[in-house]
Design a protein around this ligand. Structure first.
Ligand SMILES: CC(C)(COP(=O)(O)OP(=O)(O)OC[C@H]1O[C@@H](n2cnc3c(N)ncnc32)[C@H](O)[C@@H]1OP(=O)(O)O)[C@@H](O)C(=O)NCCC(=O)NCCS
Length: 143
């Protein structure tokens, strides 16, 4: 029913609309690059025309692609609860594996959802993943 495609120029407006519809959960200022996005296309409208963008996700590569960051996951309200986020997350992880990405991180308010897909709070061999949120500190200073 859904088709996952690499984002093209013509999808950018819809991607931004999807992200802007979720200001509480999605970073608005510093978006991944257009080429890092995948879009989910819904069924073709009966009246014809292009298939609508009903979801998006991005994989941002860090550190020469050793580390990937899953970002900007969004599904339109009408399509929620049908497993589309699952399709998008699994597609992103498959793509990351194919590219040789070793670890995928995500920063999210929905850790329980990501745990279903193999994400977990990172601690391996007595090492922890830590983050110093410089951006949040800058925002605090300027307010
Ligand atoms: C979060 C969001 C992407 C989920 O999309 P969706 O297509 O409804 O999700 P799915 O139907 O594919 O759900 C996949 C699984 O995650 C679970 N899930 C979905 N949203 C969840 C949430 N917010 N918290 C915990 N679990 C969640 C579902 O129950 C489902 O579990 P199951 O397969 O065991 O039944 C969608 O609600 C959205 O766009 N929200 C606004 C943006 C956002 O919060 N993005 C994520 C932040 S990184």
């Amino acid at each position: 029913m859904y088709e996952i495609k690499r984002a093209k120029k013509r999808h950018w407006g819809r991607i931004k609309t999807l992200i802007e519809a979720n200001p509480e959960t999605l970073e608005q200022k510093y978006l991944p690059k257009r080429k890092e996005f995948f879009v989910a296309l819904g069924p073709r409208p009966e009246e014809g025309g292009r298939r609508p963008v009903v979801g998006c996700v991005a994989l941002e590569a860090h550190h020469k692609q050793r580390l990937g960051e899953l970002r900007s996951l969004a599904v339109t309200e009408e399509e929620r609860g049908n497993g589309l986020a699952r399709v998008l997350i699994e597609h992103t992880l498959l793509h990351a594996r194919k590219r040789g990405v070793k670890q995928v991180l995500t920063i999210t308010g929905s850790p329980d959802m990501f745990r279903k897909f193999g994400f977990d709070f990172f601690r391996a061999d007595e090492k922890y993943a830590l983050i110093n949120d410089l951006l949040a500190k800058e925002d605090d200073r300027s307010s």
